[in-house]
Design a protein around this ligand. Structure first.
Ligand SMILES: *Cc1c(COP(=O)(O)O)cnc(C)c1O
Length: 356
């Protein structure tokens, strides 16, 4: 029996994606070869790459004038590639957590960074609002979903300068308006596929802003021109991600995922509210993440933390230990997470409470 997998990343993938990837590793579409041992320039792999790009465009309704790239280096590589390419004088950044701060740190290597707002004062337990973004900045960077703290910015901000966003942990989980963004990027290992590939959705006319000499591999124009094939791409990871995209497509697309994600999150947040042992560390209800549900033990029951962890492990629940910077628990309920597993976690929380 499969365990209830709440890991934050790498994280749960659909049975469909895992089974189809396994089949392709053994014998790709009956061609008598593994997907791992064919040339990235073979017609079979070219078809895989094109289908993956097409499905990303379809699922996210990517308008004309944008390219979809699959690159190595993880989301963290994008923290430096974005400013290397686009920070000419100054960039604006919103600081909502550990990943935002890492992006800010890299940007500072390339020019002035204006942090327009930060929620660091309260351990990133809310999403800042009411800040103003300088109109002379080259772009405004923000993280939509703060994987560690369990907060999420659910609207596309309107700030009048190009938007660049790290959507590693909530891409494909809710409807977004891609036309509002100059670039969207993320690592695959939350809502797309196994770790080792990242996705970048980039507006072609944004590339015209590049004026510096940039090493070839770090220049977005290289990968747009080379159609993600300038060098050997992470072929197996792209194949596995394609299986996830196909599964999303079969399930009814991003809006269908959003509906079920809202249902899953509601179920869990309702139990956190109801259960006397737990509370949410997130200050505003509207900022609560639909993907990473953080919860801690109320002061009165603090000493039961380890006991709840072992009880949930006994109930076949894995990956709910909270990040050390928040403590408590974190249930990552990405797209691949079935409603039944969330129900099982809620039931486990109820049973544990009844034993106290
Ligand atoms: C996981 C994560 C990252 C880091 O991705 P890597 O691929 O490990 O570099 C960056 N940003 C967010 C929001 C994440 O959740």
């Amino acid at each position: 029996m499969k365990k209830h997998n709440f890991y934050a990343g790498p994280s749960i993938l659909s049975e469909y994606a895992i089974a189809n990837t396994a089949a392709g590793v053994l014998n790709l579409d009956g061609i008598g070869l593994s997907v791992m041992e064919i040339s990235h320039r073979s017609k079979e792999f070219m078809a895989i790459l094109n289908q993956a790009k097409t499905l990303v465009k379809e699922l996210l309704e990517v308008p004309k004038g944008y390219d979809v790239l699959f690159l190595g280096g993880g989301a963290s590589m994008q923290f430096c590639m974005i400013p290397y390419n686009f920070l000419n004088t100054k960039a604006a950044y919103l600081d909502t957590g550990a990943w935002s701060s890492k992006a800010i740190k890299e940007a500072k290597f390339f020019g002035d960074v204006e942090v327009v707002a930060s929620s660091k004062d309260k351990n990133y337990s809310y999403i800042p609002k009411g800040y103003s973004v300088p109109s002379d900045a080259d772009y405004f960077h923000f993280t939509t979903n703060n994987t560690i703290y369990g907060t999420q910015l659910k609207e596309d901000p309107e700030v009048g300068i190009p938007l660049v966003s790290d959507m590693s942990s909530d891409i494909f989980s809710r409807k977004i308006d891609v036309s509002k963004y100059a670039a969207i990027y993320g690592g695959a290992q939350k809502n797309a596929g196994p770790a080792g590939v990242s996705f970048v959705i980039i507006k072609e006319d944004f590339l015209e802003k590049i004026v510096k000499p940039i090493p070839t591999m770090l220049d977005y124009r290289t990968h747009v021109k080379g159609e993600s094939m300038f060098n050997t791409p992470p072929c197996l990871n792209i194949y596995a991600s394609l299986q996830t995209f196909k599964w999303y497509h079969q399930k009814g697309g991003v809006l269908a995922m959003q509906k079920i994600n809202e249902e899953k999150a509601q179920l869990l947040y309702d139990e956190i509210e109801r259960n006397k042992l737990f509370r949410s560390p997130v200050l505003n209800e509207g900022d609560r993440s639909l993907m990473n549900v953080t919860f801690i033990m109320t002061d009165e029951y603090k000493e039961l933390e380890a006991e709840f962890l072992s009880y949930s492990a006994y109930k076949d629940i894995v990956g709910i230990k909270g990040h050390r910077s928040v403590g408590g628990f974190r249930a990552s309920i990405y797209n691949g997470m079935p409603l039944e597993s969330v129900r099982h976690l809620v039931e486990t929380m109820k049973r544990f409470e009844s034993k106290i």
